[in-house]
Design a protein around this ligand. Structure first.
Ligand code: HEC
Length: 292
């Protein structure tokens, strides 16, 4: 009796689940959800032409580029974005020598204590300090940025899908909002204090285009011209480095490991031949067979 009751209950549940599945699928096919502006106009990032030096089969850090990227971060982005996981001493990894790291650190003001009064104040940075935050707290950050918080950039290329290409395209992707978009989706019109950028998830971002024109930063001699695209590529490479300084090493270790695997496979093949030679009546010398 209990068994029949159990089977019937099970059947009832199965029928209920199947029924709701069929009804919902039918509804989704007959009345699809209306397309949104984000679905229609959002663009997926492609990254710079030719890609980044640290990507692909023969990845390597282009230290000249990373230094240019650091310069763009320092002169442009650091006004709003922190880099809280990076210390000045880390700059030694992108080709600055000890003296330069000290000088760079000293060119930043970080929170410290006044040695005479003991009060909190800003002091020159030293290599062990971390990059300072531009705002005292989130409230101050929001107040200065149309109620949006500029995120910390240390891990941003990891925190977004296809992050390196995304950051590059976001920086170079600002444009006029298409008139037909506003016509079709009036509610998606770019609001006051926002800017249209089809790479941003909601199409309208509260960051004014940070890179505005060629020559915004001055690169040292022997470097390419600081066009918007060049500065965007450089700062993005720098942010890829802050997010994963060991990326290139990891790739190189991968190669060494692959080579080892090939070697081990060859070795395994020959030992297999050797071990099975007798059983298969192979080419092991006559003498050794007789000895058995
Ligand atoms: C004047 C302040 C300001 C400057 C300068 C600035 N940003 Fe921003 N940034 C913002 C704000 C505000 C947001 C948040 C926007 C939002 O959520 O709508 C943001 C967001 C971002 C995002 C995240 C987008 C996302 O997917 O959430 C990235 C990446 C970024 N900025 C990179 C940069 C880089 C690189 C620079 C320097 C070249 C820079 N920003 C300069 C204010 C600034």
């Amino acid at each position: 009796m209990i068994r029949i009751f159990g089977i019937l209950t099970g059947l009832l549940f199965t029928v209920a689940v199947l029924w709701s599945f069929i009804v919902d699928t039918g509804a989704a096919i007959s009345e699809p959800a209306p397309e949104t502006a984000e679905e229609k106009y959002h663009l997926y990032p492609k990254g710079p032409e030719g890609g980044f030096a640290h990507e692909g089969l023969f990845a390597k850090w282009d230290t000249a580029q990373l230094q240019r990227g650091y310069q763009v971060y320092k002169e442009v982005c650091s006004a709003c974005h922190s880099l809280r996981l990076v210390a000045f001493r880390n700059l030694g990894e992108i080709g600055y020598d000890e003296g330069q790291v000290k000088a760079e650190a000293a060119s930043w003001q970080v929170p410290g204590v006044d040695p005479n009064t003991g009060e909190a104040t800003m002091v020159e940075g030293s290599p062990t300090d971390y990059f300072p935050k531009p705002y005292a707290n989130d409230i101050a950050a929001r107040a200065a940025n149309n109620n949006a918080i500029p995120p910390d950039l240390s891990l941003i290329t990891k925190a977004r899908h296809d992050g390196t290409n995304y950051v590059y395209d976001l920086l170079t992707g600002y444009r006029e909002q298409p008139a037909e978009l506003v016509e079709e989706f009036p509610e998606a019109k770019t609001a006051e204090g926002q800017y249209y950028n089809p790479f941003f998830h909601s199409l309208n971002i509260s960051m004014a285009p940070p890179l505005t024109g060629t020559g915004q930063v001055t690169y040292g001699e022997g470097n390419p011209e600081p066009t918007i695209e060049q500065m965007a590529e450089d700062v993005t490479a720098f942010l890829a480095w802050t997010a994963e300084p060991t990326l290139v090493k990891r790739r190189q270790t991968g190669w060494a490991f692959l080579l080892f695997l090939v070697f081990a496979t060859v070795l395994a093949y020959f030992s297999k031949k050797q071990v099975w030679a007798r059983a298969k009546g192979g080419d092991v010398g006559e003498a050794s067979v007789k000895e058995d």
